[in-house]
Design a protein around this ligand. Structure first.
Ligand SMILES: NC(=O)c1ccc[n+]([C@@H]2O[C@H](COP(=O)([O-])OP(=O)(O)OC[C@H]3O[C@@H](n4cnc5c(N)ncnc54)[C@H](O)[C@@H]3O)[C@@H](O)[C@H]2O)c1
Length: 470
């Protein structure tokens, strides 16, 4: 967001001309020619905090890794809303650090999620932030025992498991929020609101791209936790179920069919450079020039280190990183892994009411984020997750909208354009009020994009258009 703030300040010194009223849009502050800030009145867009419980909701986190700590961070910042009173985590140092951060008593610390459910229910919610293959069973068990659930995406590993979870929410009446965090980011909320207010007339079609960024691809889907689609989930779900979900949400229509193509072109054994070694640190001849050198990414540049449990003392971290590069997949050559996730993936989707959308997931980019173009009967929208430019065909005028700095700044540490923590805010209220309407990503709303993902994978593998059926 730094980019926006400095640019915004610079723009404020320029002259002001066109009004947002030209597009019939209200509630914006003009900061320069055709540039408008929008403010997300938290209490309007996200319902006011109301907690009839008169106490924080209580939670048990299953999986104190990266995501468990993102949601844990919210509890630390807003202790009046949520108190994490239990943790299940098999890695001792993670369990220890999480327990310390949240002052979790010894008797509420568990090695694995199964242990949590051996005790009678002792909190309001279960937070499921374990690997993809550990979502379905704990989620079903949690509901059976009367817990509400915050469930990381993807919901489950098969379409049938997703349907089972939906059926179980209906049977038990429990609230399950899927972590489709983009739905909670100010940028996408604004996009949705503009579409619903008719800013571009009737929505006709969408084009959406998720540029993964090449190092991110190598880190997560070549070397990292999601390199094996069978042990986790196919990349269209593991990485892009957010994006299919955004398309479904923006169009507001049911998806009817999908076609997909793509595959793994680059990160393969036959592309390994001559004289490259199994590990980057083992005297690889091209290490210094390789964009994927583990020594460069993790050791020299100290990037992507959140996956390592490093000592707190900075002077000890270098040796610890080298040990990880010697002993884990993160030190291996990207061309010699046992990876199978596609590095480029395109899909086209037919929605009801003749609306179409195309989506591309691209690993080989220098940039990340999302880029979206929305074509309407009376205008169009182009956005990059920072700025959103709306053009009205009737007037020929364009304006660019940028989220007001404070809206994003206050929650920005959570990532996904602030969505991670805005989701937590709504989840707390849904649980405190026992009302899923506070959420836009309940199972009912999230299941379809998962089914789209499974259908896309079927299409990619079978070379045919696949109908999407609930
Ligand atoms: N919503 C998003 O945008 C988003 C982003 C990244 C990841 N995710 C999803 O979140 C989930 C977690 O990803 P992560 O990056 O935090 O992974 P992670 O590896 O950092 O964390 C998972 C944790 O679960 C623990 N764990 C493993 N087995 C367990 C068990 N039996 N009982 C309790 N804990 C166990 C692991 O030790 C680890 O600490 C994944 O499903 C991933 O797809 C979602």
């Amino acid at each position: 967001m730094k980019k926006q703030i400095s640019r915004r300040q610079a723009l404020k010194t320029l002259g002001l001309t066109l009004g947002a009223a030209a597009l019939g849009l209200k509630g914006f502050t003009q900061v320069a020619d055709n540039i408008f800030e929008y403010e997300l009145n938290l209490n309007e867009v996200y319902k006011p905090i109301s907690n009839p419980l008169n106490r924080p909701i209580t939670a048990i986190t299953c999986g104190a890794g990266s995501r468990g700590n993102v949601y844990g961070g919210y509890a630390v910042s807003f202790p009046d809303q949520i108190d994490i009173i239990g943790v299940a985590e098999p890695v001792p140092v993670r369990n220890e650090r999480y327990a310390k951060k949240h002052t979790i008593p010894e008797e509420n610390r568990f090695n694995t999620w199964e242990d949590v459910f051996k005790r009678p229910k002792f909190a309001d919610v279960i937070i499921i932030t374990m690997p993809d293959h550990l979502h379905y069973e704990p989620c079903m068990k949690a509901m059976e025992m009367g817990y509400d659930v915050l469930l990381e995406k993807p919901m489950a590993q098969t379409a049938q498991q997703c349907r089972d979870i939906l059926a179980m929410t209906r049977k038990t009446g429990r609230i399950v929020a899927v972590c489709h965090v983009l739905r909670y980011s100010p940028y996408f909320i604004k996009m949705k609101k503009l579409i619903d207010e008719g800013a571009i007339g009737e929505l006709i079609s969408m084009q959406h791209i998720e540029p993964i960024e090449h190092i991110h691809m190598s880190h997560s889907y070549v070397r990292g936790n999601w390199h094996d689609s069978k042990a986790t989930t196919p990349i269209i779900l593991a990485k892009s179920c957010h994006d299919l979900d955004i398309l479904r949400w923006m169009t507001g229509k049911k998806s009817k069919s999908i076609v997909a193509m793509g595959g793994l072109k680059w990160f393969r054994k036959e592309n390994a450079p001559e004289d490259s070694t199994g590990r980057c640190m083992d005297g690889c001849a091209i290490e210094a020039a390789c964009p994927y050198s583990a020594m460069k990414i993790y050791y020299r540049e100290r990037g992507w280190l959140y996956v390592f449990d490093l000592p707190e003392e900075k002077e000890k971290q270098g040796d610890a990183i080298l040990e990880y590069l010697r002993t884990t997949n993160y030190g291996r050559c990207v061309y010699k892994m046992e990876n199978d996730q596609p590095d480029h993936y395109i899909t086209s989707i037919q929605f009801d009411d003749q609306i179409t959308a195309s989506f591309s997931m691209e690993a080989h980019t220098s940039y990340s984020g999302r880029r979206t173009r929305i074509m309407g009967s009376m205008g169009d929208m182009v956005g990059d997750m920072d700025d959103l430019t709306v053009t009205d065909f009737r007037t020929g005028k364009s304006i660019t909208l940028i989220p007001k700095a404070e809206d994003v700044e206050s929650y920005k540490n959570s990532g996904h354009g602030g969505g991670d923590w805005f989701l937590m805010r709504d989840f707390v209220m849904a649980v405190a009020n026992q009302d899923p309407k506070y959420l836009t990503s309940t199972i009912d709303q999230s299941i379809e994009s998962h089914l789209m993902g499974f259908a896309a994978e079927e299409s990619r593998k079978s070379n045919r258009i696949v109908p999407i059926s609930m």
